[in-house]
Design a protein around this ligand. Structure first.
Ligand code: AMP
Ligand code: MG
Length: 353
């Protein structure tokens, strides 16, 4: 049985946090909110506990985990070398949705790093995550708390939908703020490289680093896996996702055209829509999930995974959505939608990329 404990997101009470910390220290699994998505946590220094994460998620063992720390001062417990650039980035972005890939410290079991000699680390800002890390007094390895390949959970209900009875406990701290996963930045090579776009934008990183590379700006079929685990089909709902990319007017026109055809074939179609696009689809008998205003990609990111799950629950067989550019959080949104679409990107016109 999975125990569900509600906690206040801003001021989590000590009692449920202490219970969750005891589960972690005993080698168990606790799902907890971070500012990005819910994580599935285990003691990062206990390889048996870490193995349980992989079993619960049905995650392939080649996909390494992110280690969460209570503060940057704990870095030396898990990495063998802290370069100056990591210190600068930590000072600017921690606690927050930035994961740094650094040389693995000898204490970290190879199960965490998928056998590799680097380890991914971050300090989450969510008060519940922080309280749990402080009470557990061990680093916590935590991938997203979903079955492997599925949409990441942004609330406790999503966690239970995927992992009920497979994990010991869920701390329910409500909906997460950022809504997409952390940015994974490798500092293991000569140039800092974004392995996975996420909650901290490329532009924000460039302001600190000057130079920052993006390993895979747009994942495509057959790409070699630069960051293990960033497989093309990922973050995927059950329905087929069609992602439209190009200039706004022709994209909306093409979506309307394709939508009519799907409906004519008797398919049940779901639309993931920003508010501004709603009028263009008002006359169609479809299920829509709203993402908020295109002017607030923060809001879109926050709504994204919940909206995908809503459409899945509505039983649609096709989900149509348009690309929102690559600025700021747009890059992370594009990345997740491209993976949800398993590479089915319909490029309508040049210009907005
Ligand atoms: P998740 O915590 O489920 O969002 O996934 C963690 C992701 O971080 C993995 O799928 C990898 O893409 C990335 N990651 C974790 N550890 C490493 C590492 N040592 N090197 C490169 N990427 C990593
Ligand atoms: Mg994940």
């Amino acid at each position: 049985m999975t125990v569900l404990l509600r906690v206040d997101r801003e001021h989590p009470a000590p009692e449920p946090i202490a219970r969750a910390a005891a589960v972690i220290r005993a080698g168990g699994l606790v799902a907890f909110p971070t500012e990005t998505v819910y994580g599935l946590g285990a003691n990062a220094l206990d390889s048996d506990a870490v193995a349980r994460i992989f079993r619960a998620k049905e995650r392939p063992t080649f996909d390494p985990l992110i280690v969460h720390l209570v503060a940057a001062e704990s870095l030396r417990e898990v990495v063998s070398h802290v370069p100056d650039v990591a210190v600068a980035l930590a000072a600017r972005f921690w606690p927050g949705p930035l994961t740094l890939v650094l040389p693995r410290g000898p204490q970290v079991p190879l199960a965490v790093t998928a056998g590799g000699d680097t380890v991914a680390v971050r300090v989450p800002s969510h008060p519940v995550a922080h309280a749990l890390l402080a009470a557990a007094r061990v680093p916590i390895a935590a991938p997203s708390a979903n079955r492997f390949g599925r949409v990441s959970p942004t609330c406790a209900e999503h966690v239970l939908a995927d992992l009920n009875d497979r994990i010991d406990m869920v701390l329910d701290g409500g909906s997460t703020q950022v809504g997409v996963e952390s940015t994974v930045l490798s500092l293991a090579g000569p140039v800092a490289t974004i392995l996975r776009p996420g909650g901290v934008s490329r532009e924000a990183l460039a302001r600190v680093l000057g130079e920052v590379q993006v390993a895979q700006e747009l994942p495509t079929e057959g790409d070699s896996l630069i960051s293990p685990g960033t497989t093309l089909k990922h973050y995927a709902p059950r329905a087929v996702v069609l992602l439209y990319r190009g200039e706004l007017v022709p994209v909306l026109e093409r979506m309307r055209h394709d939508l009519s055809q799907h409906l004519a074939r008797g398919e049940k179609v779901g639309l993931l829509l920003v508010d501004e696009d709603s009028p263009a689809f008002a006359e169609f008998p479809v299920t829509t999930a709203r993402l908020g205003s295109v002017d607030s990609l923060e809001e879109v990111a926050q709504q994204l995974y919940g909206a995908l799950r809503i459409l899945d629950q509505a039983g649609v067989s096709v989900i149509m959505v348009r690309d929102l550019g690559s600025e700021g959080l747009g890059l992370a949104i594009r990345d997740r939608l491209t993976r949800a679409a398993a590479g089915q990107v319909i490029v309508v016109a040049e210009g907005t990329a």
